[in-house]
Design a protein around this ligand. Structure first.
Ligand SMILES: Nc1ncnc2c1ncn2[C@@H]1O[C@H](COP(=O)(O)OP(=O)(O)O)[C@@H](O)[C@H]1O
Ligand SMILES: [Mg+2]
Length: 286
């Protein structure tokens, strides 16, 4: 009998009874016949815990599937309008052509955004340390800049955005580029998930012992408790449908935020009571 390899996937519990995070484990079992020196035949069985490799593979597969799915939708829309322009001769109708081109422009911007976000993630994942350029900068300047960039959305939502930084000149060592992305994403989420007028958003930064705490709080619709465990996963959105009011984000924002915060040695957590408050808390060693 030849040696045989079997992979067992088990979503109940692992053989050693230790459950991993997702309650899923994978094992490689090698089975081979042997004969001992006293000529007794026996079967050698080796169990190897392959859970980490299996999960990494699963994450890669999910990523490719999700990325293709997310890119295919805007691509199909662009293709449809291109066909209408070229084959149905809509190009002869300037008003219609302009409308179609505007829609195509919007969807090609979406493709660019997804690609930029995927590149940001892959950069953070590949050589996390090398891709972070540390320099000292003032948190206040970063936040003021983010609020300024979001001012069209703030005016549109008639939002009330407050910034509390103590001390005012609080600064730390980090990559300005990533901190701008982190803060932009959190504040943008608070605004875009709550488009009804008058949403209140508080941004605060302060020191506790040797840590800097940064919080983004909104008092809007919140995140359902069952969605909280998935919120930092790639491509995850609570509302999966593209609404008529415009295309929502890529679902990559918070996974970039998490990786960038962790790349700085920090942590991020979320707490949400739907309809009351949603708080994202970042803690970084000072
Ligand atoms: N402040 C918030 N209030 C309500 N839902 C939120 C908030 N922040 C994030 N979310 C939910 O988390 C999802 C993932 O956020 P994110 O990764 O930034 O993706 P995106 O903004 O591209 O949709 C959002 O689609 C939204 O459903
Ligand atoms: Mg976002």
């Amino acid at each position: 009998m030849k040696s045989q390899q079997i992979i067992i996937r088990n979503n109940e519990s692992s053989l050693s009874n230790e459950k991993n995070q997702d309650g899923l484990s994978a094992w490689m079992v090698d089975v081979a016949p042997h004969t001992s020196s006293d000529k007794t035949d026996y079967t050698c069985v080796i169990f190897r815990n392959m859970t980490a490799e299996y999960q990494a593979d699963q994450i890669r597969q999910d990523f490719v599937a999700n990325a293709s799915h997310e890119l295919r939708t805007p691509m199909a829309i662009i293709k449809g309008y291109l066909e209408a322009l070229l084959e149905d001769n809509m190009i002869e109708e300037p008003d219609i052509a302009k409308r179609f081109l505007t829609i195509m422009d919007k969807h090609s911007n979406r493709i660019s955004r997804i690609i930029d976000d995927m590149l940001a993630i892959s950069k953070l994942e590949s050589k996390e340390e090398a891709s972070i350029n540390m320099e000292e900068f003032k948190i206040n300047e970063c936040i003021v800049d983010v609020v300024e960039r979001l001012s069209p959305l703030i005016s549109e939502n008639k939002a009330n955005v407050n910034v509390y930084i103590k001390p005012k000149n609080l600064s730390f060592n980090g990559d300005k580029f990533y901190w701008a992305q982190i803060m932009f994403n959190l504040v943008e989420n608070a605004l875009k998930e709550n488009p009804k007028p008058g949403i209140k958003v508080d941004i605060s930064a302060y020191c506790i012992d040797n840590d800097i705490i940064i919080k983004v709080t909104d008092y809007g619709k919140g995140i359902p408790v069952e969605a909280l465990p998935y919120i930092f996963k790639r491509f995850y959105r609570v509302d999966k449908h593209h609404t008529n009011s415009g295309i929502k984000g890529t679902g990559l924002g918070l996974s970039i935020v998490k990786r960038a915060v962790e790349g700085h040695g920090g942590t991020i957590s979320v707490h949400s009571i739907p309809g009351v408050e949603t708080v994202f808390t970042i803690k970084i060693p000072n």
